[in-house]
Design a protein around this ligand. Structure first.
Ligand SMILES: [Zn+2]
Ligand SMILES: [Zn+2]
Ligand SMILES: [Zn+2]
Ligand SMILES: [Zn+2]
Length: 403
């Protein structure tokens, strides 16, 4: 298997009933709805606000059995100014997982489309193990209350109607202003459309993540373009026309991005599928495919920078990366120089996918997200200082990655 690419697509009606969604934005859909992530786990260390869901990725593993269902949740601060700080201060990744036999989902045969003597596809010996099986939530499962604004655990209820639940006062106030004030205590059960839209704007716009394997030809990377030189000239023009550096508007144009070898390789690889917003590498066949596609020669994690799993001691491995193209789907203000920004976000997770059910994990293992920028320019002072000579800066940054 090659690297799996993720693309952003509009949400459709079927997506709402997807049990194990992979998506961008919106509110998190928790693998175990009885245990939503506590909001205290997802606060920005820079501004103190609640982080927003950037993406959740369903990434089940064959082993261990406790990772049969497995989802990664990536949160970032939507306050652009915070992104001048170290990524560890304004981004978080959590891993949730669950065994095949569990208290939440049950497996059942799908109401049979093949059984009625359908066409050639019904040959039973060719069936993949997934075919005809679907998961559904057990009817007795009671979802814990979540915050209507952010989707994190919502332990507080509106004192007026006791129907709306919130993670805390800030989001209660936000919901009140967004429309609950007019509605509280009334008979109307549903949010007004305007209220719903205002709430939706407090999260990143929701998109479905659809996946596709990267074509093998693109994966060798090196000097691919040297043959068929006749086509190359026009290819290069295309690259220039759709250059990735100004990932979101002209603001990037004056940031004097240094073009280095890693960036050129990055750009060449992206050329085949320029809309990719995510690269999932953990299940790829070769070690080369399982290494991140770096955007620069500088700012990648050095050996030892990504700590071993605090829970089980296994090393963390690179699993997936968020591409700069995802920024285009977040409804960011391109004119804002302090907007949310990154070159790529590298996600490292416990190589053993160790169990998260234990009490001290509360269902979530915090993993590591590493931000790499296109260049040192425009990153923010702290990061530049950390990269140039000041080792203690780097150490500080790394230490704060772990819980
Ligand atoms: Zn913040
Ligand atoms: Zn909230
Ligand atoms: Zn109320
Ligand atoms: Zn572990």
């Amino acid at each position: 298997m090659a690297v799996t690419l993720g693309f952003a697509e509009p949400v459709d009606a079927a997506f709402g009933s997807e049990q194990f969604p992979s998506k961008i934005g919106g509110r998190a859909r928790w693998l175990d709805p009885r245990r939503p992530l506590a909001s205290a786990q997802a606060q920005c260390d820079e501004c103190g606000r609640t982080l927003a869901l950037l993406a959740q990725v369903y990434a089940p593993e064959d082993a261990p059995p406790s990772a049969f269902h497995r989802t990664l949740y990536v949160f970032v601060c939507s306050n652009g100014a915070c992104h001048r700080a170290a990524a560890a201060r304004c981004m978080r990744v959590f891993r949730a997982q669950m065994a095949e036999r569990n208290d939440v989902y049950e497996e059942r045969r799908r109401a049979d489309e093949n059984g009625s003597g359908g066409g050639g596809g019904s040959g039973s010996d060719n069936d993949d193990d997934d075919d005809g099986v679907e998961w559904r939530m057990r009817p007795q499962v009671r979802a814990a209350p979540t915050c209507v604004v952010c989707g994190l655990a919502g332990g507080k209820a509106c004192s007026g109607c006791s129907r709306r639940t919130y993670c805390g006062r800030a989001h209660q106030v936000a919901d009140w202003a967004a429309g609950h004030k007019a509605q509280c205590g009334g008979a109307q059960a549903a949010d007004s459309a305007a209220h719903g839209q205002r709430l939706a704007r407090m999260a990143f716009p929701e998109h479905v993540l659809v996946t596709e394997e990267e074509a093998e030809g693109e994966c060798d990377g090196e000097a691919d373009g040297d043959d068929a030189s006749g086509d190359d000239a026009s290819d290069d023009e295309d690259v220039a026309a759709t250059a990735l550096v100004p990932a979101h508007g002209e603001a990037a144009e004056d940031s004097q991005v240094e073009v280095d070898a890693a960036f050129l390789a990055f750009q060449r690889r992206m050329q085949a599928e320029p809309a990719q917003v995510l690269r999932y590498a953990r299940s790829a066949a070769t070690a080369a495919q399982r290494t991140p596609l770096l955007v620069s020669d500088t700012g990648a994690p050095a050996p030892g920078d990504v700590p071993a799993c605090e829970r089980c001691g296994a090393p963390r491995e690179f699993e997936m990366q968020v591409m700069p193209q995802m920024l285009n789907h977040l409804a960011l203000d391109a004119a804002d120089a302090l907007s949310v920004d990154w070159g790529t976000l590298l996600v490292y997770t416990c190589a053993r996918s160790c169990d998260v059910a234990a009490e001290h994990c509360a269902g979530y293992a915090r993993e590591v997200v590493w931000r790499q920028n296109f260049s040192a320019q425009g990153i923010g002072e702290k990061f530049v200082r950390a990269m140039h000579g000041d080792d203690s800066g780097i150490t500080r940054q790394i230490e704060s990655l772990a819980i």
